[in-house]
Design a protein around this ligand. Structure first.
Ligand SMILES: Nc1nc2c(c(=O)[nH]1)N[C@H]1C(S)=C(S)[C@@H](COP(=O)(O)O)O[C@H]1N2
Ligand SMILES: [Mo]
Length: 345
């Protein structure tokens, strides 16, 4: 629509610049929205928060596609394209392909690389380049005339496009990926318990600990793996990794509340679970009842890649909270929200 109206002869340049300003402004906000909702959807454990962030993320992602023809018309007018611009386009395309691949196919890594890894990797590098790109170009402020009736109409059309796209995407996600593999609220698809892969959040090492000698310290008391095994109960929980798979399993373990004195717990604000690798996550003490130190999965000890001999089971939270190779659980007076939202390793 815009291309036809605005790609006219030079005298109409003023109007063209206005359309360009609007396109760039929209695109900028849509990309920022995609980035932020992507992280939010990693933070959401499930249920309504996950559903809402997934919808928002999809809407922003579709917004990028809807704006693409307008942005293409703008880029065509640029005399000299810079390498960063070209790389930025490639990254946005890679990111979209990764996202739609996960949506339609689910977790199916090729050469050890998953769709979500491409999606997030492209988004992270793209975000840096985007900042560079925006800073480098003269800041285009929106003017009052940018909110004209025509602009509003175009905005409505674009929104309708996004809406239709969302319905189509949801339908695709429901019918693809095989039977009983519909995505959940977080967008993950089921895999068998036995297929649970040894998964690192980023670059953590895989530990090889001796279950016979490994000891862990929980709020000042030292426990062997045998101590925990002797007291273990069972909990069924869903391990839902942000790389796009989930698996339900029955874990054997001990609730943290059963290992920590109630008065000690009441005097603290958070508890910090730390791996022998240094990987660490903190939780509100109120959740001590629903956090488990697990020694077995499906009745057999875990493999070394999946956290043997002791790992955390945190039902309702995404996989990156499930600290593997636990070395210690410490009480702290610092609130748990004062930690990095995602582990740095
Ligand atoms: N120490 C440590 N624990 C960790 C991780 C890690 O990299 N290091 N990765 C987390 C992530 S992202 C997930 S999804 C689960 C994966 O558990 P799995 O190896 O049993 O699949 O462990 C979590 N616990
Ligand atoms: Mo994960």
């Amino acid at each position: 629509m815009i291309e036809q109206r605005d790609a006219g002869p030079p005298p109409r340049r003023g109007r063209f610049v206005g359309a360009g300003r609007r396109t760039n402004a929209w695109l900028r906000w849509v990309l920022i929205g995609s980035f932020l909702t992507g992280w939010l959807s990693f933070a959401a454990g499930g249920g309504l928060p996950a559903t809402l962030t997934q919808i928002a993320h999809a809407v922003f992602g579709l917004g990028v596609i809807v704006l693409a023809p307008w942005k293409t018309a703008l880029v065509r007018r640029v005399r000299r394209t810079r390498p960063t611009g070209v790389i930025l386009v490639v990254l946005v395309v890679l990111c979209l392909v990764g996202g739609f691949w996960q949506l339609a196919v689910g977790w199916r890594p090729v050469a050890g690389i998953s769709a979500i890894q491409i999606h997030v990797g492209a988004a992270l590098i793209g975000a840096v380049l985007l900042i560079w790109h925006v800073v480098r170009h003269r800041r285009q402020r929106l003017r009052r005339s940018d909110a004209s009736r025509r602009a509003l109409l175009r905005g409505t059309t674009a929104l309708a496009g996004v809406g239709v796209g969302y319905v189509v995407l949801t339908a695709i996600a429901q019918v693809t990926g095989g039977r009983n593999r519909r995505p959940t609220a977080t967008g993950s698809r089921a895999i068998e318990t036995e297929q649970i892969p040894a998964t690192s959040w980023l670059f953590d090492t895989i530990e090889d600990l001796d279950p016979g000698t490994h000891r862990l310290v929980v709020a000042g008391s030292s426990y062997s793996v045998a101590d925990l095994t002797a007291r273990a109960g069972s909990v069924t929980a869903r391990l839902d990794c942000t790389s796009g798979w989930y698996a339900d399993a029955e874990w054997s373990g001990v609730r943290l509340s059963a290992l920590i004195d109630a008065d000690l717990l009441a005097s603290a604000r958070s508890l910090t679970v730390t791996s022998v690798t240094g990987y660490t996550r903190s939780f509100p003490v109120a959740q001590a009842d629903a956090l488990w130190l697990a020694v077995a999965r499906g009745g057999v000890p875990m493999t070394r890649g999946t956290g043997a001999p002791v790992r955390l089971v945190a039902p309702g939270r995404r996989g990156f909270w499930w600290v593997k190779w636990v070395a210690s659980v410490e009480l702290s007076s610092t609130p748990s929200w004062l930690q990095l939202p995602f582990p740095p390793q």
